[in-house]
Design a protein around this ligand. Sequence first.
Ligand code: CO
Length: 292
Amino acid sequence: MKQKSFTVATAVLLILIFFATLVSAGHGSGGSKKIGILLVAFGSSIPQAQVSFRNIDRKVKAAYPNIPVRWAYTSSIIRKKLAKQGRRLDSPEVALAKMLDDGFTHVAVQSLHTIAGEEFHDLRRTAQRFQYQGGFKRVLVGYPLLASQKDMERVVEAILQIIPKERKTDEAVVFMGHGTHHPSNAFYAALMFQVQRKDPNIYIGCVEGYPQIQEIMTMLLERRISKAYLMPFMSVAGDHARNDMAGDGADSWKSILTRAGIKCIPIMKGTAEYNDFVEIWVSHLKVPMAHF
Ligand code: CO
């Protein structure tokens, strides 16, 4: 009796497993491949910053004309701010869940971050979680702006292209990067080293990491610089550019350098507004797309 009920239970279980396998095998297979692109930025609540995002959106759609493109912002603070203004932006989690629900099978998630810091690694973990049985067949994340030596060289070239034409070689161009406690912060100083091999008066500092403005200021004074163009080394000329770089507050880079006798000319344009930079981000999409 005991033996018999065990056999029935086993048979029922086997049948259930059989159907479960059929259902999961049917999901997203059968040749119906739907590729999508998810562009993920930190986000910005400043309307002018949308210029940068629209520019990237246009370039990605031009490079992949038949692939649907969606957006997500990693910053919950920015998303909450925008929601209050009636603009709903998804987190990467929500955006991927919606794409799964909409039948996408392959998703290229492109990070629009500058370095592979905490935001980028969080994004990778999030994407990986969607690659379960019944999830996407493949979800891959494209690298941010600076992820390899080749990127570094391309960014150096992009920097040389975007610096103001009227700037004289004895005048400085000081870029403000974001900076982080993450080990990838080292990219900023590495980039400054490489850009200075081409143009010794281009500087890269960070608002929240090394090299700090005090370090940059010391370098400027050592080289007797009397005029500096200030530019954001962030995809958008958002809050940090407006306040910490070009603001009138005592702690802004403009104020600090002005007090040191250096005339400052801020340029309020994010890196994503320049095609030289956008092309690097868009080119990083090639890697995930090549796997689909
Ligand atoms: Co910040």
